[in-house]
Write a protein that binds this ligand. Structure first.
Ligand code: C2E
Ligand code: MG
Ligand code: MG
Ligand code: MG
Length: 290
């Protein structure tokens, strides 16, 4: 039966095709994994910095440190190219550590250069939150309260390690470090469990801020988040500010801090210094404000 034969042949081909692709993917993943481990030894994970702005004055109010892989062949790579694999290798903690050290180093440089960058935020993975090395490192630090924040994904607070999370966060806070809830509005954590962590800031994810131009319902949602923040003394940071129109609306809705491509992209440490210097030469930011 020719028809049946054809069908089988195609089916088998499809299966073979699929296994080939899977094999290829696994080989690539393995290659990336090896390269990640090597790059960790060679300190090829670096920090980029994205400025954050006061919504009203548009002055730089802080920066977020973002991990980049300075890949020996491919150049600077973003976290979507390595974070997942680093997590499965259990080394994301080491990347977090490298970014923290560079953030601290750069902060000292900003101070020495008289640049008004008052705060740096670093992202902390779930792995890192339970890393004894982190807590040991914090013992050695002399953090000026308010100058350093840890950004946690809201998913971190929602797993079964609830008590351990609270414990670790209390220890972090006892060193004068602020907690920020990252990508707020995209996870499944209850608002109650998040607020138990007494964060200093909530960062509203880009998925929630992007549609505000076209959606009144979305604007009301942001407005309610701002209200919650106001009643609890939690500042609201809007992420993904991609146009000045977003900036104006988010400011008018009451967001305190703006972060996004319309205002500044993530940049390396030298570019950040140039950027901050250029800003500080402007006589008044208020005149520049939207
Ligand atoms: P995040 O912490 O929410 O960081 C914001 C991300 O949005 C950054 O992507 C940033 O480049 C991007 N972004 C900023 N403004 C805009 C905008 O206006 N439009 C758009 N489309 N995107 C914008 P990035 O650097 O690729 O980082 C992605 C995620 O990787 C971060 O999201 C964070 O969850 C994670 N990550 C970054 N660095 C680290 C790190 O050192 N440790 C850990 N554990 N995670 C990190
Ligand atoms: Mg973040
Ligand atoms: Mg975020
Ligand atoms: Mg994000």
């Amino acid at each position: 039966d020719i028809a049946l034969y054809e069908a089988k042949r195609h089916g088998r081909n499809r299966v073979e095709h699929y296994t080939d692709r899977l094999k290829c993917l696994t080989i690539n993943t393995k290659k990336t994994a090896d390269a990640i481990l090597k790059s960790l030894e060679q300190n090829d994970f670096i920090a980029y910095f994205q400025p954050q702005f006061d919504a009203h004055t548009l002055e730089i109010s802080g920066v977020e440190a973002l991990a980049r892989w300075n890949h020996p062949e491919e150049g600077i790579l973003s976290p979507d190219r390595f974070l997942e694999i680093a997590e499965s290798l259990n080394v994301v903690s080491q990347i977090d550590a490298a970014v923290l050290e560079q953030a601290l180093l750069q902060r000292a440089r900003w101070l020495a250069n008289d640049l008004a960058i008052d705060k740096v935020s670093v992202n902390i993975s779930a792995q890192r939150l339970f890393d004894e090395n982190l807590l040991q490192r914090l013992e050695q630090l002399d953090v000026v309260p308010g100058s350093l924040s840890f950004e946690l994904l809201e998913s971190i607070s929602f797993d079964d390690k609830g008590a351990a999370v609270t414990d670790s966060i209390e220890r972090i806070k006892s060193h004068g470090i602020d907690i920020e809830i990252d990508d707020f509005g995209t996870g499944y954590a209850s608002i109650l469990s998040l607020l138990k962590l007494s964060p200093r800031r909530l960062k509203i994810d880009r998925q929630l801020t992007a549609p505000i131009i076209v959606s009144a319902a979305q604007r009301r949602l942001i407005s309610s988040i701002v209200d919650i923040g106001r009643s609890l003394g939690i500042d609201i940071v809007a992420e993904g500010v991609e146009t000045m129109q977003h900036a104006v609306i988010l400011r008018d809705l009451g967001c305190h801090t703006l972060q996004g491509y319309a205002l500044a992209r993530p940049m390396d440490s030298n570019a950040l210094i140039d950027f901050a210097r250029a800003r500080s030469w402007m006589p008044t930011h208020r005149a520049q404000a939207v």
